[in-house]
Design a protein around this ligand. Structure first.
Ligand code: KMH
Ligand code: ZN
Length: 269
């Protein structure tokens, strides 16, 4: 089986330091967390930027600072978010793609997101995919619902996303698809045959779905964006602690963990 790619989703747009005191928020904190996760076994870091007040921002300049600070420390793959926060405009969200990162996320449809709506029109998805293709940025197709896989396939069919595409199943967001084992099995069965995939289980779904992905040949995303706990009611000490657990499980199950350069090969970066 291919080696396991572990993505660390370090910050997200929704979690605050009140909820998780170790949440990395400043560019220096995010770069330090990225480096710790890299040392622990992560080959990709999914990053969201925050402004000086700690609020989500899609500012080109802040993403630039984060990317440069991470790249000064290690060769982990830096994957900026184009999802941002639910209230960001598509134009704001697309800004970090101009940094020409190796990868960036591309959300493949609209869904409820907690008490908000996460809006991704066909027009916006095509615009994001077009710009990523022009700049040589590989999209990670974020799917929160079954129908979003079809939207991703449509982008491939239109020639806006290259095959083999890479999907990320984000399962367990309140308001969108749940994260039970049968949900993951179903989503996986709907992918294009040549696609690679990652699963990001939200909250209590994180570790069970990660374990399934290790066994099924998929890849894994963990981190404070998705889950702030190590176990029920016990906060994780750091993003790296969550990565370390996945490395341990994967080794116990006989699957090796990919370095960033090995991940680049698997994902055709
Ligand atoms: N914060 C969510 C509304 C992504 O990073 O691409 C969207 C999100 C997806 O986090
Ligand atoms: Zn994100």
């Amino acid at each position: 089986m291919e080696k396991l790619i572990i993505t660390a989703a370090l910050t997200g747009a929704e979690v605050t330091k009140d909820i998780q005191p170790s949440l990395p928020v400043t560019p220096d904190e995010i770069a330090d967390a990225a480096y710790e996760c890299y040392l622990a076994g992560a080959s990709i870091v999914h990053v969201h930027a925050r402004d000086e007040e700690g609020n989500p921002t899609q500012s080109y300049d802040v993403y630039k600072e984060i990317k440069e600070k991470i790249e000064a420390k290690c060769n982990v793959i830096v994957q900026p978010s184009t999802g941002g926060a639910t209230w960001h405009t598509p134009e704001e969200r697309l800004q970090p793609v101009e940094l020409k990162p190796e990868m960036a996320t591309l959300s493949c449809g609209t869904c409820n997101f907690g008490t908000d709506v996460f809006m991704n029109t066909q027009e916006a998805m095509e615009k994001f995919a077009t710009r990523m293709k022009e700049l040589g940025v590989k999209p990670e197709l974020e799917v929160f619902e079954r129908g979003m896989i079809e939207n991703g396939k449509r982008l491939i069919k239109k020639g806006l996303v290259d095959s083999p595409a890479h999907f990320d199943f984000v399962l367990g967001v309140p308001g969108a698809m749940s994260g039970h084992p049968e949900d993951l099995m179903y989503m996986r069965s709907c992918l294009p045959e040549d696609a690679t995939w990652t699963v990001a289980g939200i909250g209590r779904f994180e570790t069970p779905l990660a374990t399934m992905a290790i066994l099924l040949g998929g890849h894994v995303r963990v981190g404070f964006e998705d889950n702030v706990y190590y176990s029920k009611g016990v906060l994780a000490k750091s993003n790296a602690e969550l990565v370390e657990r996945i490395v341990r499980i994967s080794k116990e199950l006989g699957r090796e963990v990919a370095t960033p350069d090995e991940a680049r090969k698997i994902l055709n970066l």
